[in-house]
Design a protein around this ligand. Structure first.
Ligand SMILES: Cc1cc2nc3c(=O)[nH]c(=O)nc-3n(C[C@H](O)[C@H](O)[C@H](O)COP(=O)(O)OP(=O)(O)OC[C@H]3O[C@@H](n4cnc5c(N)ncnc54)[C@H](O)[C@@H]3O)c2cc1C
Length: 474
């Protein structure tokens, strides 16, 4: 028999106290309003445990009474994984677990609790003279537990890896309230299945991450940044090979943007002036992070070689921090400017890097066939093979009518992605947005393995029910 709302409030208050439970619909708004504005299902309540034992008690109680719990960090996820699906769930926000447990810059690691905000993690590392290299546009709100559970990527995955690769160990509370102590700072540990890698990226479906030990790196001496004209994505790929050859792992960003995106930003006055050297259908934003004692000007030298050989027609190297900031703004505002131009259909996909030109050509052609007049606005982490393959509505079109065609655009893009052996979710995850899609595209044996793991760790299906794999065992 399911519990009434007042039974649930009473049980939660008994564990976390009156102040640790949000039951009022208006007060719950900040936990329910997610960035995509697509998912609008209410929650029964929000619980804010103030300690790991309190969280363990919530899990024990929920497991006994079959109450669905949704782990939440900063509520910035883009696939609806952190917000309710049925309206019968309790959101459990870990924002109060925000202690910095240890920082050891010399040994290259720090241990933070799940509620620490990503931007704060950067500051903690910097104060110790080290770098935590995971940057997202949402870093002012996203929290360590959410960043790890969604295995977030960002703009420097190329050099440092995504959240999974930056994690050495995790501590987690399981569905039945047991505490898994996997916090360690080992670089090598071959003692069985990798439970850290399983929990990172599990979108809150296998456990609550309560703390993590994260890798730290030396702070670079300086950044060298350029906006390079490339006539096509194929040339961008050749440029990538050249830069990797000349500057190696110092190449920390290799991002692709198109002219349409820059024009939109100029039209909407989101850029004071054009940061590029001259008109080009495509641009690459390349950045080199120079280590202390490294040779200055390596990016400039590599680009002179590319210009000299005729590979690229034009480029501009940032000569001041203001110019660098303007170049990054042109890249980071690509998504925002689209929403100002009307409705947009978005895809976060990846393919092997060598297949990015085919993805862009075939994907654009297929969507243009399906929706005449649509305007392609792809951009993203070309160096990782990860493109945010977005489409803006035709000029003057009705946004609702355009969004009614979303399924056609999705089908067109995912067909190309699958043919090129890519992934339908490169860095944003599955959540509730792509649950059905996952069933269609994932290897059936992989799906069976994933369901078996879920059943073993959460037999009553109380952790983030219905997310990622669809409905649970109940
Ligand atoms: C403007 C903007 C830019 C973004 N840019 C990027 C980008 O460049 N790259 C990228 O990869 N992503 C990006 N994202 C999405 C990204 O997933 C999130 O920003 C971030 O990683 C999620 O952190 P969060 O704390 O907000 O998690 P939430 O949104 O709260 O939760 C995300 C997932 O993690 C789970 N979860 C949260 N906390 C815990 C926990 N302690 N234990 C277990 N599970 C937990 C939730 O249940 C959910 O499944 C962006 C989002 C926005 C709004």
């Amino acid at each position: 028999m399911s519990l009434s709302n007042s039974d649930i409030f009473a049980a939660l208050r008994a564990i976390v106290g009156e102040a640790g439970v949000v039951a009022d619909a208006t007060d719950m708004g900040q936990y329910l309003n997610e960035p995509r504005k697509r998912f609008k299902v209410p929650a029964v309540a929000v619980a804010l445990p103030g300690s790991v034992p309190e969280l363990q008690a919530i899990c024990r109680w929920a497991n006994e009474h079959r109450v669905g719990l949704i782990p939440q960090g900063g509520n910035t996820g883009l696939v609806g994984a952190q917000v309710p699906l049925t309206g019968r769930e309790v959101i459990v926000s870990l924002r109060r677990l925000d202690t910095v447990r240890e920082v050891n810059a010399a040994a290259g690691h720090m241990t933070l609790e799940a509620g620490v905000i990503l931007e704060e993690a950067h500051k903690v590392a910097e104060a110790a003279g080290a770098l935590f290299p995971l940057w997202l546009a949402s870093q002012g709100s996203a929290r360590i537990g959410g960043v790890l559970s969604s295995n977030a990527g960002g703009v420097q995955v190329l050099a440092y890896g995504n959240a999974r690769e930056l994690t050495l160990g995790v501590e987690a509370v399981l569905a039945d309230g047991r505490l898994y102590n996997g916090l360690n700072s080992l670089r090598k540990d071959n003692t069985g299945y990798d439970l850290r890698d399983l929990l990172v990226g599990s979108e809150g479906t296998l456990g609550f991450i309560t703390a993590a030990t994260l890798k730290l790196f030396p702070i670079p001496e300086a950044q060298e940044t350029a906006l390079v004209n490339v006539p096509s994505p194929a040339v961008a790929l050749e440029l990538f090979g050249l830069l990797r050859g000349r500057v190696g792992t110092q190449l920390t960003a290799f991002e692709l943007i198109n002219r349409f995106g820059i024009d939109l930003q100029l039209k909407r006055a989101m850029l004071a002036r054009d940061p590029s050297a001259s008109l080009s259908p495509w641009y690459v934003l390349a950045e080199v992070s120079r280590p202390k004692g490294g040779t200055p000007g390596t990016l400039q030298a590599a680009l002179e070689e590319a210009l000299g050989s005729g590979l690229v027609p034009d480029a501009v190297v940032a000569e001041s921090e203001a110019e660098r900031v303007a170049m990054w703004a042109a890249r980071e505002q690509m998504s925002d400017v689209q929403s100002k131009e009307g409705a947009s259909i978005k895809h976060d996909v990846s393919v092997p890097i060598g297949a990015v030109p085919a993805l862009l050509a075939e994907g654009t052609a297929a969507v243009e066939r399906a929706i005449p007049g649509v305007r392609a606005c792809p951009f993203g982490h070309m160096g990782d093979g990860n493109i945010h393959f977005n489409f803006t509505q035709p000029e003057g079109a009705d946004p609702k009518a355009f969004m009614a065609r979303e399924k056609d655009a999705n089908a067109a893009i995912y067909e190309v992605v699958q043919r090129l052996h890519g992934s339908v979710s490169a860095e944003h995850g599955i959540g509730q947005l792509k649950t059905e899609l996952l069933k269609q595209v994932k290897d059936p044996v992989a799906l069976e393995m994933m369901r078996a793991i879920k059943l073993a760790l959460d037999p009553n299906g109380i952790l983030n029910p219905g997310k990622m794999l669809g409905q649970g065992p109940e």
